[in-house]
Design a binder for this molecule. Structure first.
Ligand code: ZN
Length: 191
């Protein structure tokens, strides 16, 4: 389990944490766990998510297990600056949907002493790295890869298999359309 390491020298330290994995891997649960711990420590925080995600009520980030947190929806990465009032913790859910500028924005915040926590899908349903994720993972100090359980054989799964035929990379509000699969079971279905 990820445990925060806070330097005790009194200086403002920033860094980037990325939580990644397939669908149903518990990314958002892990993000919310870290935010709750920060809340207990009375840290001021902001949570963002991309505007296109309308799966649940507006302004809320809800994990599949039902726990929730208030979120601000952004159309593009640089809009984050319209809301940021020097909070020392900035979290971003569904970060894979953001434009490439999100890499520069998160690095900039970390450079200014902000702890940035991003959660997102590392691969799309075709098994291709998703949007800005490869760059974000490279730039992060801490990377946590979480796994779902393969619906076919029960071992850890890292692929989000789309059961319905639809070539769009972004297909939202469709939890039932996907199932997590391990590498072997995913390859069996793809070919
Ligand atoms: Zn499997």
């Amino acid at each position: 389990m990820f445990l925060e390491q806070f330097p005790q020298d009194g200086k403002p330290h920033g860094w980037i944490e990325v939580i990644c994995g397939s669908m149903f891997s518990g990314k958002t649960e892990e993000l919310i766990r870290r935010l709750r711990r920060a809340e207990f420590a009375n840290q001021k925080l902001l949570l963002f998510k991309p505007k296109l995600d309308n799966r649940y009520a507006e302004e809320q980030v809800m994990s599949h297990n039902g726990s929730s947190f208030e979120a601000i929806q952004l159309e593009k990465a640089t809009d984050l600056y319209d809301h940021w009032k020097k909070e020392r913790l900035v979290a971003i859910d569904e970060v894979q949907f953001f434009d490439p500028e999100i890499v520069r924005v998160t690095s900039d915040l970390a450079n200014r002493g902000v702890r940035v926590i991003c959660a997102g899908l590392d691969m799309d349903f075709k098994g291709v790295p998703f949007g800005p994720m490869p760059l974000l993972l490279s730039c992060a100090e801490y990377v946590t890869k979480v796994h779902a359980i393969c619906m076919s054989c029960g071992i850890p799964a890292q692929f989000s298999h789309r059961k319905k035929k639809d070539d769009n990379q972004v297909m939202l509000g469709a939890k039932d359309e996907y199932e997590p699969l391990c590498r072997a079971c995913y390859n069996k279905i793809q070919h």
